[in-house]
Unconditional design. Structure first.
Length: 382
């Protein structure tokens, strides 16, 4: 893996050739972005210091520029797709997405109100920012907002135009302002009737789909508690320390039920044990702050002398003459073959007989035909 060192201590991990339509803007210092594989349409501005963005493999984030503030974290796991999303991890808070999330257009995920609200009696602020946690395989409908302090557990659905403000359990459908649970024990699939322009037969075919992949189960020994993750991140100081923890404890955790959560289950529990794997990664360090060696200038193409140009012109003229002569020979041979053809000779004899009919031309034509046929027979042409 490559490690690109840029000005002011900003670092990019990953193969930049695998990123399609990538836009990065580093305004601050000591920020890090980590690419686990390939991505598309990533557009991030680092407007503060010591922020971390982690982009999983096969991830697309289309929408407004992601604005990272100081000490904030954006983590997006593998195989996520976002269309027209606005993501705002502000005020040193975090936004965490699990694997295989799907967000529709004009959705918003934010850790802040964007403006301060103060208590009139005390002048104390009452709307502090909070992190947002989204589990695996979460679907968010168009124009929905996931607000500060939300936890959307694995397999949950947030309906279109809804406002998520609290904990939403696995395998539930939730909608409204604020969003409330409207159905449980459900799971969703990426199959789309619109994309496939389904017929009635296709609709009938998809009326029952056996699938156990997205039915989640809570296990206290496997659960990654957002509260425990938040406490650990708050204890770390640098973006590098946070990257190593995120990589080891979350990204390398491939447990299906890591973010599965249901009503009345234990929530405030410690993190499961995890191995330190980031330090075993090998990096090709590329220091972009140092002047890169200038590649040698290409050798100039030698220009031909006037004599060489004249010789070239004569050769081209000679070649053209040879082609013309060859063409004439071919045409002459074709004409000669035509003139010696039986039909051609009989036609000429008939024309001559017609012109001299009054001199017995047609009688002579009979003898001429016999002579011509005998001549061609002897040549093997009949």
């Amino acid at each position: 893996m490559q490690k690109h060192i840029r000005e002011n201590g900003n670092i990019i991990y990953g193969d930049l050739s695998k990123q399609t339509n990538l836009k990065l803007d580093f305004k601050g210092k000591n920020n890090i972005i980590f690419f686990a594989g390939s991505s598309k349409n990533i557009n991030i501005g680092f407007y503060g210091n010591n922020a971390l963005a982690f982009i999983g493999n096969n991830t697309m984030i289309s929408g407004q520029q992601i604005a990272m503030s100081s000490d904030s974290i954006l983590f997006v796991d593998d195989n996520c797709g976002f269309v027209g999303v606005t993501i705002r991890p502000f005020e040193a808070k975090n936004i965490i997405f699990g694997r295989d999330c799907m967000f529709s257009w004009s959705t918003v995920v934010t850790s802040t109100d964007h403006h301060l609200i103060m208590d009139c009696a005390t002048n104390n602020r009452v709307n502090f920012s909070k992190s947002v946690y989204i589990g695996d395989h979460v679907w968010c409908g168009m124009e929905a907002t996931l607000f500060k302090g939300s936890f959307i557990a694995s397999g949950a659905i947030i309906g279109a135009k809804s406002l998520a403000t609290k904990v939403y359990y696995s395998n539930t459908a939730n909608a409204g302002i604020p969003a409330k649970e409207i159905k449980n024990e459900v799971f969703w699939l990426r199959d789309s009737p619109f994309a496939g322009q389904w017929t009635k037969e296709q609709t009938l075919k998809h009326s029952n789909i056996p699938n156990e992949n997205f039915k989640y189960t809570y296990n206290q020994n496997e659960f990654l508690s957002p509260k425990a993750i938040e406490a650990k991140l708050d204890s770390l100081n640098t973006a590098q320390e946070k990257l190593e923890f995120i990589y080891d404890a979350i990204y390398m955790n491939k447990n299906k039920n890591r973010f599965a959560y249901f009503k009345d289950m234990p929530y405030d529990i410690p993190l499961p044990k995890y191995e330190s794997k980031f330090k075993s990664l090998k990096f090709e360090e590329i220091d972009e702050t140092k002047p890169q060696p200038t590649p040698p200038a290409p050798k100039p193409t030698p220009q031909p002398t006037p004599q060489e140009l004249e010789i070239k012109s004569l050769k081209e003229a000679l070649s053209k003459k040879e082609k013309d002569i060859s063409s004439l020979k071919i045409n002459y041979q074709k004409a000669l073959n035509t003139k010696n053809h039986l039909s051609y000779k009989l036609g000429n004899a008939l024309i001559k007989a017609h012109k001299n009919w009054y001199k017995g031309g047609y009688v002579k034509f009979i003898f001429e035909v016999m002579r011509i046929k005998k001549e061609h027979r002897n040549r093997g042409q009949i």
